[in-house]
Design a binder for this molecule. Structure first.
Ligand SMILES: Nc1ncnc2c1ncn2[C@@H]1O[C@H](COP(=O)(O)OP(=O)(O)OP(=O)(O)O)[C@@H](O)[C@H]1O
Length: 304
């Protein structure tokens, strides 16, 4: 079990994290979300032992995670951290980077393991290419493969797919997160992307004003967003008098609906159109299966 007890941290005067506590079981997938600057990366660095803790404690099983004051070399063998700036060796190949920390004692085993990792991050075709010749997204995938090469017990991922294009992102995400679950590797992911969370996380933590604003399963937080910050992570939403937070997909055109609005903007979104309408002088957003006309009068009802 990963246990974070009463952790507080500041860089200078401003509190970045203020009495944070949570835990994660072996094999669990936990996401940390929050606005830019809310302390997600700082929290991952603290979990890794990158900084000394002024207050609070972090444990993995019976090991206390300690900072540079106690450890000559930052980090622990059972934990790997993939930062936003991945620290690779540019002049050697993708395969050599991935295998850099694997034992040379059994070369065949090592090659087999490298091939398996190349497959997880879908880089088989790039095995012999030097890392300096890769794009940012390809480098990110090498960094992930290298981090899981020695099967850590915990993997800390900071925006793991931020450099990866949409063509690759979906399948890579499924492949990596399935690999981590199958191998019972605890995974803590700092992310801005709901698609990293919804289908994969066992629990999610929302950081705001240096505190944990909410902690629950993605399903519960999605279904009952307690505030606008949480709703905005999941998608477009409205705040409607007497109804509270209503996602755009929860509004439907209905001749008997009691919300009378006028269409003002239409945005094509692929499977649906996002329509912005005027409701008593305030903008309201809803999804619809086809485009509507500018200034068309409509009636909406809420499906919750
Ligand atoms: N080394 C540092 N020295 C001083 N302040 C720092 C340092 N690193 C981060 N900060 C500040 O701490 C706050 C939290 O930063 P952090 O990188 O943890 O946020 P984040 O939630 O990961 O942001 P993002 O989503 O943009 O990556 C920010 O205000 C940032 O400016």
């Amino acid at each position: 079990m990963l246990q974070i007890k009463n952790l507080s941290f500041r860089y200078r005067k401003q509190a970045i994290l203020d009495h944070i506590s949570f835990s994660a079981k072996p094999g669990e997938h936990l996401s940390i979300i929050g606005e830019s600057g809310s302390g997600k990366s700082t929290l991952l660095k603290l979990l890794y032992g990158y900084y000394d803790l002024p207050e609070g404690e972090i444990y993995w099983k019976d090991n206390q995670i300690l900072g540079p004051e106690y450890n000559l070399v930052v980090g622990y063998d059972f934990m790997k951290y993939v930062a936003q700036e991945f620290d690779l060796m540019p002049f050697i190949s993708v395969a050599e980077n991935i295998g850099a920390f694997l034992s040379n004692f059994y070369p065949e085993e090592k090659q087999k393991r490298i091939n398996e990792l190349l497959k997880v991050v879908e880089l088989e075709a790039y095995a012999d290419i030097k890392v300096k010749e890769l794009s940012g997204g390809q480098k990110q995938r090498v960094a992930i493969a290298r981090a899981i090469a020695k099967e850590p017990e915990i993997l800390l991922l900071d925006e793991p797919f931020s450099h990866i294009d949409n063509f690759k992102k979906q399948s890579l995400r499924r492949s990596l997160f399935k690999y981590l679950k199958d191998n019972q590797i605890t995974c803590i992911v700092a992310t801005h992307d709901k698609d990293d969370v919804l289908a994969f996380s066992d629990q999610m933590i929302v950081l705001h004003d240096a505190k944990i604003m909410a902690q629950d399963t993605p399903e519960n937080l999605f279904n009952n967003p307690q505030n606008k910050l949480i709703a905005s992570f999941f998608g477009e939403y409205n705040e409607i008098e007497n109804h509270g937070i209503v996602y755009s997909h929860q509004l439907k055109i209905n001749g008997e609906g009691d919300l009378k609005a006028t269409v003002k903007q239409i945005y094509f979104r692929g499977t649906t159109y996002l329509i912005e309408a005027d409701l008593n002088g305030n903008p309201i957003l809803f999804e619809h299966d086809h485009a509507l006309k500018f200034n068309e009068e409509i009636q909406l009802s809420i499906l919750k």
